[in-house]
Design a protein around this ligand. Structure first.
Ligand code: PLP
Length: 431
């Protein structure tokens, strides 16, 4: 498999090269040269296959011989070594729980797969890579955990001081070894700006080989297809394909789902479940894509004004608007509606949502109201305990902290404080 850049101004590269580089030199995103079709037997016999077998079959054509089958199978197995259950919430709505990984949010799967691939590729290269990532919360923890102790890789996580939840902060500041946390006195946008500038800085690139571990990296983006196959495996009404609602920010996860559908997975329709950040909703109404400044919300992992993976969705549909609109709808949910949904679902179904899952649930319900007879799945992308303030406000009940987290909360954080100036950041990197 060769990958081309969505800006069409860079040479085609292998999976290995795309993983090591992250972004294409023309600043486009790498995209697979063809969309492979899954074997019919994978769909027809999915209930009899193990998750490892399913994931291996799905990802194999994308890796295209860059890893041998045994290595790929063990990377895949390690990546998904936790449950991903489909839970019935009511007669029409099911929750695919993606929060049973080590950092309690769905980004674990992508980060674990990417870190293991990168570690493997670097083993024979004698090359040292610095993974640089800005985080508004969940990415940092997943990347820190996924890359911890991977030989040949140093990780620098840049996060805004006081603007991520206490659990999120502990997850990225307590590991040590090859993981360094920079606590910036500024906003997430400041952090992202500093990181972007470093990627474009020649002086830094002469000294360090930088790569990015956000969802623009194909090795983080592509394995997210697994969720959708695991959902279908557990879907009992195989005669009616599910509607799938995906809480979306940078649109990496939903784009992986759409890719899975294009390669043969039965899905009736996709819903981009968004908070008030509505660039894609507006696009679906007007056919004009207008990037915006992100507005802060309770579902803060989705506070994105210019979703970087949206270009990949356009690419899947060859920039044909009618095809895209047939497959995708989008809804915007306010913070008030998010809180009311957490409360209602808890009271009526005894199911506890996090703010992101609540946006997914309510968007799905809106769609089903106008499509009676359909049933659907929303992705529950984070454990409610990662967002205790909002969840406790909605339910007026104290949320229980799982034992694994209470021991984490006792470890002292280690971070390096920095003001939000590029100069300080650059000096630190060059040092
Ligand atoms: C990152 C994240 C999202 C958004 O996922 P994208 O792939 O960026 O659209 C949704 N929910 C949670 C909890 C997240 O951490």
């Amino acid at each position: 498999m060769k990958y081309y850049s969505t800006n069409k101004n860079s040479e085609r590269v292998s999976f290995k090269e795309a993983t090591i580089r992250g972004q294409a030199p023309d600043n486009g995103l790498y995209f697979p040269g063809t969309i492979p079709q899954v074997d019919k037997s994978l769909i027809n016999e999915i209930e009899r296959l193990s998750n490892e077998e399913i994931a291996f079959q799905v990802i194999k054509p994308y890796v295209g011989g860059e890893l041998n089958e045994d290595d790929l199978f063990s990377i895949v197995s390690e990546t998904i070594s936790f449950p991903i259950p489909l839970i019935k919430v009511n007669d029409h709505i099911f929750s695919l729980e993606l929060f049973h990984g080590p950092t309690l949010a769905f980004k674990d799967v992508g980060a674990r797969f990417m870190s293991r691939c990168l570690g493997h590729f670097l083993k024979n290269e004698n090359k040292k890579v610095t993974v640089l990532v800005a985080t508004s919360g969940d990415t940092g923890g997943a990347v820190a955990n996924g890359f911890y102790d991977v030989p040949g890789v140093d990780v620098i996580i840049v996060y805004p001081s006081g603007k991520i939840s206490p659990v999120q902060e502990k997850q990225l500041t307590t590991l040590g070894k090859n993981i360094e946390a920079l606590e910036v006195e500024g906003t997430f946008d400041d952090c992202q700006q500093m990181v972007k500038q470093a990627f474009a800085d020649r002086e830094i690139n002469k000294k360090l080989f930088l790569t990015s571990a956000n969802s623009i990296n194909v090795a983080r983006w592509l394995p997210q297809q697994f969720y959708y196959f695991f959902a279908y495996k557990q879907w009992t009404d195989k005669a009616h394909a599910p509607v799938i609602s995906v809480p979306s920010g940078n649109f990496g996860n939903i784009c992986a789902g759409i890719l899975a559908k294009q390669s043969g997975l039965p899905v009736h329709h996709f819903i981009a479940a968004c908070n008030v950040n509505d660039a894609v909703t507006k696009y679906l109404q007007t056919e004009i894509f207008q990037p915006q400044t992100a507005l802060p919300t309770l579902s803060n992992a989705m506070d994105v004004g210019n979703p970087s993976n949206f270009i990949r969705i356009l690419e899947i549909f060859h920039h044909q608007f009618p095809d895209l609109a047939k497959n995708l709808s989008s809804y915007n949910i306010t913070d008030e509606e998010t809180l009311a949904t957490i409360k209602d679902v808890y009271e009526q179904s005894k199911y506890l949502l996090d703010p992101h899952g609540a946006v997914g649930y309510l968007s799905l319900r809106r769609f089903l109201q106008t499509h009676p007879g359909r049933k659907g799945i929303f992705l529950e992308t984070a454990h409610p305990v990662k967002f205790p303030a909002a969840v406790e406000k909605a339910t007026t009940k104290k949320i229980e902290i799982p034992p694994s987290l209470s021991s984490l909360m006792k470890i002292e954080k280690q971070s390096r404080k920095m003001n939000a100036s590029y100069e300080s950041f650059k000096n630190f990197l060059l040092d």
